[in-house]
Design a binder for this molecule. Structure first.
Ligand SMILES: *[C@@H]1O[C@H](CO)[C@@H](O)[C@H](O)[C@H]1NC(C)=O
Ligand SMILES: *[C@@H]1O[C@H](CO)[C@@H](O)[C@H](O)[C@H]1NC(C)=O
Ligand SMILES: *[C@@H]1O[C@H](CO)[C@@H](O)[C@H](O)[C@H]1NC(C)=O
Ligand SMILES: *[C@@H]1O[C@H](CO)[C@@H](O)[C@H](O)[C@H]1NC(C)=O
Length: 456
């Protein structure tokens, strides 16, 4: 075995790239270092900062001794209860505890369940919207909750001095808005081991005093220069956040999404009703996810609150399919025209069963799924793009059915994006493509296999 490895290693001297790949096969450790180097170009300035010197270790949180106050669920009608019972028997799901803990995850410290929602859910009782952000995006929580009215699990990236602003933002939302934040939102915080904040209160001592609500919300009008993340030129580790938020969700069904995507109202009860009915394409043996159509609306428009309204806006051009101009291949959905022409119906149903192949080989759908679905690759950053492509490949190889829902959709916060050239991001994206092609894709082929018609 040893000599095999040695002779293999000798062959590795041909060309820099070949070396890179062989070393990757011989020792996993060195490969991950190399990957880190690839990822960290653009973070060089950060390494010179005194903040980065010795990461302070956070004391592990001991289990809270007494049960924390939790709200009982609101009374449910008999009919709603029978739907939930059926969801429980169809999914055979297990309840998932919500425990505060400090834990390392690769190069990051994660404060899991740092701020818990008051309402606790059994696995069959709802759908959790799981998402990621930094504090400058937290204004989205209010319109999001208004429409979702269900559990949200959010992972916030809060390195260095961004941590304090993040805590203030949470405190503001919990204490100063007449909102559902306290009831529904569970918050996790994470930061690189190289950018640990000066002070991190224990999870049970975070908000000892009420927030002064005459101060303006800390998440409003944040310029990028104000943020520690931009000062240190850190990349945004989007997939660490996505995975943390997903893994901690209490419900069987989850909607991993981006915080600026607002769902159409009433998805939760309608979806659970459909699951309870358990008919048609739901009976297929293939693993399944439930993609939602995505739209953008003009800056001066309201987010439509029904498919009927959405159709009117599509007709007069105030709404358009998501990233129609930026990346049509990433978001076009099978049978999109037919979906847009179909009228709203009384019940939520599957409109069409699609696959991620053919014209849709690069589709990056956003869908309601479960904890069984593959996670996101944490080596990919938001700036480098293609951050959902590796998951898409796994779904394709595993022969997932994409059960596209008829009335449900997501709308980006108002304002239609136009294409702007960004030299730096283009460079990072090119590097990411190399990382995916040379390192990650070969791994995926080993782990998930190969299937005709599937690509990253
Ligand atoms: C709250 O903030 C306002 C505005 O800065 C200030 O005038 C007031 O004294 C503060 N209240 C408390 C109790 O600190
Ligand atoms: C934020 O910026 C907007 C537009 O630039 C301005 O109208 C608003 O007053 C600002 N809000 C705060 C709290 O500074
Ligand atoms: C487009 O349709 C929507 C929904 O009916 C309406 O609110 C909006 O005013 C219309 N806009 C234009 C420019 O016609
Ligand atoms: C769809 O709805 C529109 C407007 O309400 C109506 O005029 C049309 O007949 C409906 N189409 C079908 C196929 O039901």
């Amino acid at each position: 075995m040893y000599s095999n490895r040695k002779s293999f290693a000798i062959k590795c001297t041909i060309g820099a790239l070949a070396l890179y790949l062989c070393v990757h096969v011989v020792t996993n450790n060195r490969a991950s270092e190399a990957i880190r180097e690839l990822q960290q170009s653009g973070r060089n300035l950060a390494a010179l900062d005194p903040q980065n010197a010795e990461p302070l270790l956070v004391e592990p949180i001991k289990e809270a001794p007494a049960a924390e106050p939790t709200k009982p669920p609101p009374p449910t009608t008999e009919k709603a209860q029978s739907v939930l019972d059926k969801v429980k028997s169809v999914t055979k799901c297990l309840d998932r505890p919500m425990t505060a803990k400090v834990q390392q995850r690769g190069d990051y410290w994660v404060l899991y369940n740092y701020v818990k929602a008051e309402r606790v859910f059994k696995c069959h009782e709802s759908i959790t919207y799981t998402t990621h952000a930094d504090y400058s995006f937290m204004d989205n929580l209010l319109p999001l909750l208004e429409r979702w009215r269900g559990p949200i699990s959010i992972a916030l990236h809060a390195p260095g001095t961004d941590f304090k602003n993040t805590l203030d933002s949470i405190a503001y939302l919990r204490d100063c808005t007449d909102s559902l934040v306290k009831e529904y939102v569970t918050i996790h915080i994470y930061f690189s081991t190289k950018h640990v904040p000066k002070e991190v209160p224990r999870h049970d001592h975070v908000f000892s005093e009420p927030y002064n609500c005459s101060l303006s919300p800390p998440f409003l009008n944040v310029s990028s220069e104000q943020m520690y993340k931009s000062q240190k030129k850190l990349l945004y580790p989007v997939n660490v956040g996505r995975n943390v938020a997903r893994e901690t969700a209490q419900t069987h069904y989850i909607l991993p999404s981006d915080i600026e995507l607002y769902p159409s109202p009433n998805i939760i009860p309608q979806f659970l009703k459909m699951i309870a009915d358990n008919s048609g394409p739901l009976l297929s043996k293939n693993p399944k996810v439930f993609p939602l159509h995505l739209f953008e609306v003009s800056a001066n428009q309201q987010v439509p609150d029904s498919k009927t309204k959405l159709k009117e806006m599509l007709a007069n051009g105030t709404a358009v399919p998501f990233h129609k101009k930026l990346c049509p291949g990433c978001h076009s959905v099978p049978k999109a025209k037919e979906w847009q022409n179909a009228n709203e119906t009384a019940e939520l149903r599957v409109f069409h069963v699609g696959k991620r192949n053919g014209k849709f080989i690069h589709w990056e759908p956003i869908f309601i799924g479960t904890h069984a679905d593959p996670l996101y690759d944490e080596r990919l950053s938001w700036e480098g793009k293609s951050d959902k492509m590796t998951q898409g490949y796994a779904l394709c190889v595993m022969d997932y059915d994409f059960l596209i829902l008829n009335n449900a959709f997501l709308v980006h916060r108002p304002g239609i994006k136009i294409y702007k050239k960004d030299q730096k991001r283009a460079m990072l994206a090119a590097k990411t493509n190399q990382l995916i092609k040379k390192i990650i894709f070969p791994e995926l082929k080993v782990l998930y296999g190969i299937k005709k018609g599937c690509a990253v």
